[in-house]
Design a protein around this ligand. Sequence first.
Ligand SMILES: Nc1nc2c(c(=O)[nH]1)N[C@H]1C(S)=C(S)[C@@H](COP(=O)(O)OP(=O)(O)OC[C@H]3O[C@@H](n4cnc5c(=O)[nH]c(N)nc54)[C@H](O)[C@@H]3O)O[C@H]1N2
Ligand SMILES: Nc1nc2c(c(=O)[nH]1)N[C@H]1C(S)=C(S)[C@@H](COP(=O)(O)OP(=O)(O)OC[C@H]3O[C@@H](n4cnc5c(=O)[nH]c(N)nc54)[C@H](O)[C@@H]3O)O[C@H]1N2
Ligand SMILES: [Mo]
Length: 809
Amino acid sequence: MSERDESGKRDEFGIGTAGEPNPGRGPHRGGGFTFRPDTHPTAGWGAARSVGEVLYRTREPLAGTGAILKMNHEDGGFDCPGCAWPDDQHGLRLDICENGVKHATWEMTHHRAGREFFAAHTVTELRGWSDHALEAAGRLTEPMAYDPATDRYVPIGWDAAFATVGETLRGLASPDEAAFYTSGRLSNEASFLYQLWVREFGTNNLPDCSNMCHEASGKALEASIGTNKGTVDLDDFDKAEAIFVIGANAASNAPRMLTALAKAYRNGADIVHVNPMVEAASRKTIVPHEFVAMGTLHATPTGTMSIQPRIAGDQAFLRGLAKALLEMAAADPGALDTEFLARHTDGLAAYRSLVESTPWALIVDESGVPEAVIRAAARVYRASRRTVIAWCLGITQQEHGVDTIREIANVLLLRGNIGTEGAGACPIRGHSNVQGNRTCGIDHHPGADFLDRLAEVCRITPPRTPGLDVVRTLQAMGEGRVKAFVALGGNFALAVPDTVRSAESLRGLDLTVQVSTKLNRSHLEHGRRALILPCLGRTERDMRPGGVQGVTVEDSMSMVHLSIGRRDPASPHLMSEPAILAGMARATLPHSATPWEDYADDYDRIRDTMSHVLYGFEDFNRRVRRPHGFRLAQPARERVWRTPTGKAEFASAPLTPAVPPAGHLVLATVRSHDQWNTTIYTDHDRYRGLANLRTALFLNRADMAERNLAPHTLIDITSIARDGTRRTVHGYTALPYDLPRGSAIGYMPELNVLCATGDFSTQSDQPLTKHLLITIAPSHPAAAPADLTAEPLSAPADRTAAHVHDNPG
Ligand SMILES: Nc1nc2c(c(=O)[nH]1)N[C@H]1C(S)=C(S)[C@@H](COP(=O)(O)OP(=O)(O)OC[C@H]3O[C@@H](n4cnc5c(=O)[nH]c(N)nc54)[C@H](O)[C@@H]3O)O[C@H]1N2
Ligand SMILES: Nc1nc2c(c(=O)[nH]1)N[C@H]1C(S)=C(S)[C@@H](COP(=O)(O)OP(=O)(O)OC[C@H]3O[C@@H](n4cnc5c(=O)[nH]c(N)nc54)[C@H](O)[C@@H]3O)O[C@H]1N2
Ligand SMILES: [Mo]
């Protein structure tokens, strides 16, 4: 029996009703919440309890534990389907993490959403279920097609499903009327086949989750150092004397990073956390594989300094860091690496004069960080001979994300911290293979030399015009320019901004195809024709005519390694992602000379082709079978700068205003500890001390007092889009938290309703999901003091007039 939604019908977009608590998208079974921000060490027994709860729910206690022991092993285990943090290369067998365990066991549930399940529930009924309940229904077991007559999904054979895809795609007026989404867990082999199919079909419309994630990092690094990836590996974390962690919640989202931070601390490194919220990773951890520490609750610090900029204030903070350093250099010649600067960089003079002409008062206002604190951080940076700067979404999902990451590069360059041991740039990637997806061709804007190689090796004529990314796909769907949509994994409907409008656009399509492991919102916001194609998970044995297959992935630090699943598949009718892709490709391109069937039978053949197309993949089949696989070259690591000048480039971007206009707040949407993007395990967020509530808004106390909001007041949140349109959610709970003034934090994907499709960064095209302009008001109309009900009306109708970027006031 599946875990049904207990709380009755919900409004599917989570908008809620004024004056009533909003149930959110998690399990929410009613009852109150508890809120006690505390300072327990991360990982350790709290983690064990939390894992226990998820294992209990998936009814997988034994198999779950067995799988964990096989995860992340160089000798034939499967790659953790969780985050992209790399594995320890020095035989650390048990560096497992709580959230990886949850993630792997979530896939291994014994529940099944088979044909009986779909016969019992109409799509309209399922739309009223929570997102937790949808996924908790269990693993999908066979291909299903939407039947409008009964409003249900009904079984369909694989061949008929492929024929539907082929027929619809071939019937389009142009290949550009279709879009092909990827979530970042697709293997390298599947990614390569996917883009080959899509390009042979004739479009570059390959939106992917990177468009919402680290697009800004890629763009900035490419411009600054000539390659779009990070430059460090785990050994560099070991050798660093200072590590800055900016805009990341590592304890929840890259938990194995805590092991690296704890180790660095013991080596004597300074660890500076820069985050409007003082997150758990800045405190202490109980290193997961240290069983004695587990027993004695002995925790190791993972932070030595916490700095709290306002949301979007990092660019100003980093500029302040550079300014303090340049001022030091007047009396301290060792403050800058002058030799490196002269030999390897371009643009220093312009940058220096820009920094010198930026007044401290502006830096302090825009960053929200006192000058003394910035100077203290600069002293830490000066004292360290080798520094790593790591960052995640707290930096990327903002209007000026690219400028901010380029400022990170500027700061690194000043002291020669790129291309040397123990130092460098470290974007913390999200999905386990999001980096590999790009490397293997999932890119709406592919480079000419990649397309040349693809054309030559695969004998196809790839289209040369750039395709659509996520926000452009949403716009094109809304305008009827895209009519068919295929998603390889993920939960597009819920992950993208503007939930209500995006769902409307999806429902207007001719065809939606979702290749998935579990039921989710994207199956319910479907086109006129709709297919659910269930695939094997990463933990499962992939038996093909050529034998048991393994796939490869690339982690955050460019290590490519094998992943082989061993468990029995959740259903005998599942197909692997490469096999499903080959089926869809053949049905779409019946006369294609590409050996789709051969590729699907034996992935060594895919890897052979990849080795001829992709730089760095030479001799792929042999090298990936070495223990730990191989590392892709990163030229900037060797101080080879593939920029137009052949040098690392300083950027001289003006400081972007970050202070919200009066009466407004800036909202960042984040993950709780108990979710994986759109997959919500429980309603708890342990490290932030919150239990049984997801519809919360963390607020600065003075911002609450100014609005006469008592703690725990029910509020409505209204966003003001750039085009002046407003979106409101009701029934959120206001929680006082240690946050800078003007900064508010709440959970994705609930709050995606508030982000307009048009509100994306002009620098990266990423949705501004950590940069939304909002107002708040008590949810119960009767409870609203007069000055508060009037407040939203006094806000300018057009965001451009009030927008944080245009109005420094
Ligand atoms: N368990 C688990 N692991 C995950 C995921 C998951 O959902 N669950 N998701 C995966 C994916 S796809 C990704 S991309 C990563 C995401 O990993 P994170 O980037 O850690 O994800 P978020 O929860 O969005 O948190 C962003 C952090 O940025 C901070 N922040 C917000 N605004 C600002 C700002 O203006 N400046 C600074 N300095 N900080 C700010 C927030 O306080 C928060 O700590 O994690 C990956 N790993
Ligand atoms: N407001 C707001 N929105 C955001 C973000 C934010 O911080 N704030 N973050 C953005 C980011 S960084 C990302 S990466 C996106 C995430 O966007 P997505 O990657 O699209 O979403 P996920 O929730 O990771 O996808 C979960 C679904 O993947 C499917 N799945 C799981 N495993 C497999 C598998 O092995 N194969 C296949 N084919 N399917 C599988 C399951 O059906 C599951 O329901 O969300 C973005 N949206
Ligand atoms: Mo992500």
